[in-house]
Design a protein around this ligand. Structure first.
Ligand SMILES: NC(=O)c1ccc[n+]([C@@H]2O[C@H](COP(=O)([O-])OP(=O)(O)OC[C@H]3O[C@@H](n4cnc5c(N)ncnc54)[C@H](OP(=O)(O)O)[C@@H]3O)[C@@H](O)[C@H]2O)c1
Length: 326
């Protein structure tokens, strides 16, 4: 375990934060966890919950008192908030400054992979947040992930819904783009180990999963895991921005988020390097297919409204859609 003992987890109620906290507790860290709405939390052993809106400087100052290291897992774009990119940049710069004053020794940020071509607004904003955090005087480590696979991940939800719901798959040009999705379990290892890695100054690393897959392979693998045959019909003239509109009909995920994610997948989203894994002496364990299988299995154990709706849908889809031939 690292010398950094008291750790603040922002975005603690989110998909990644919820998985990270038990791993940190198991490693012996003392956790302070933030949410804007304490009513949504339940008492968790080893965790002090506090209310904090990161856009409010006073909340940040209070949250950072006595803290050695911070996980920054917040993003503000859900719901299509206007000017979210400017807000995210301002919050990141302020966090870096308040953290320095509070004597914080490390910031860990989970961001997105930089595309080879011009980034979408969403990806640009994620990269800008990383840069703002790395520009402060507290050493910051930025881990860049493409889609994180697990039940509850917004990006997983989008591809899962597309794979399950389209009777015949229309494949616009973006589904030829390639990326290296990572399982939630491997992403959590990467985050926990970010507290240990020697760091003289700020740095960023990609955290790719072991497989490089195209959008089309992602969709057909998920469909096949559910016994569906998905005849792909290439529609190369269907532009990224046009195709994002049919997402509105298909996915349960927040539409503005779904649209941003498709816009971000215009070209390949590939890592520059996988050297982080050798730096922490760990190889990601989950293939794309195994991670997808686990996310689907976890969905069937999910008794939230989302999980139950998924189960009902699966029965309907099973009855009406084309099946894999034996
Ligand atoms: N999921 C993926 O596939 C993926 C892929 C690559 C990178 N990432 C990165 O991983 C990080 C976490 O993603 P996630 O999927 O876990 O997100 P998520 O499930 O959408 O959770 C977002 C979190 O942000 C918090 N939040 C939003 N606005 C806030 C504010 N103003 N003040 C304080 N907290 C606020 C929410 O907390 P409350 O509502 O409780 O306040 C929530 O816990 C993000 O930086 C994301 O870019 C995710």
């Amino acid at each position: 375990m690292s010398e950094l003992r008291k750790v603040l987890v922002t975005g603690a109620t989110g998909f990644v934060g919820k998985a990270l906290i038990p791993a940190l507790v198991a490693h012996g860290y003392e956790i302070r966890a933030t949410t804007r709405d304490l009513a949504r939390t339940t008492p968790t052993r080893g965790v002090e919950w506090i209310a904090c809106d990161v856009t409010k400087r006073a909340d940040l100052k209070r949250a950072l008192e006595g803290i050695d290291a911070i996980f920054f897992l917040v993003h503000a774009m859900g719901g299509g908030a206007r000017n979210y990119a400017a807000t995210e940049r301002r919050v990141a710069a302020e966090l870096a400054e308040v953290a320095a004053r509070a004597g914080v020794k490390r910031i860990v940020y989970l961001g997105g992979v930089a595309p080879a071509s011009a980034p979408s607004e969403h990806l640009q904003s994620r990269l800008d947040v990383g840069e703002a955090l790395r520009s402060g005087s507290v050493p910051a480590i930025e881990l860049r992930a493409s889609m994180i696979i697990g039940n509850g991940s917004a990006s997983w939800q989008i591809v899962r819904d597309l794979a399950m719901r389209l009777p015949a798959m229309l494949l616009p040009s973006w589904t030829a783009s390639r990326t290296c999705p990572i399982a939630l379990e491997d992403a959590v290892v990467a985050l926990v180990r970010a507290l240990d890695i020697p760091l003289q100054s700020s740095a960023w690393y990609d955290i790719p999963g072991p497989d490089t897959v195209s959008g089309r392979q992602i969709l057909s693998t998920i469909a096949a895991l559910r016994g569906r045959r998905v005849p792909g019909v290439a529609v190369p003239f269907l532009s990224v921005s046009l195709s994002s509109w049919w997402l509105k009909l298909v996915t349960r995920a927040d539409f503005s988020l779904a649209r941003e994610l498709v816009l971000g997948f215009k070209g390949d989203l590939l890592p520059e390097s996988d050297r982080y894994w050798s730096e922490i002496d760990y190889a990601p364990k989950w293939s794309f297919e195994d991670a997808a299988r686990k996310a689907l299995a976890d969905e069937s154990l999910d008794f939230t409204v989302r999980g139950v709706a998924g189960k009902i849908e699966e029965v309907v889809v099973h009855l009406v859609s084309p099946k894999l031939r034996p």
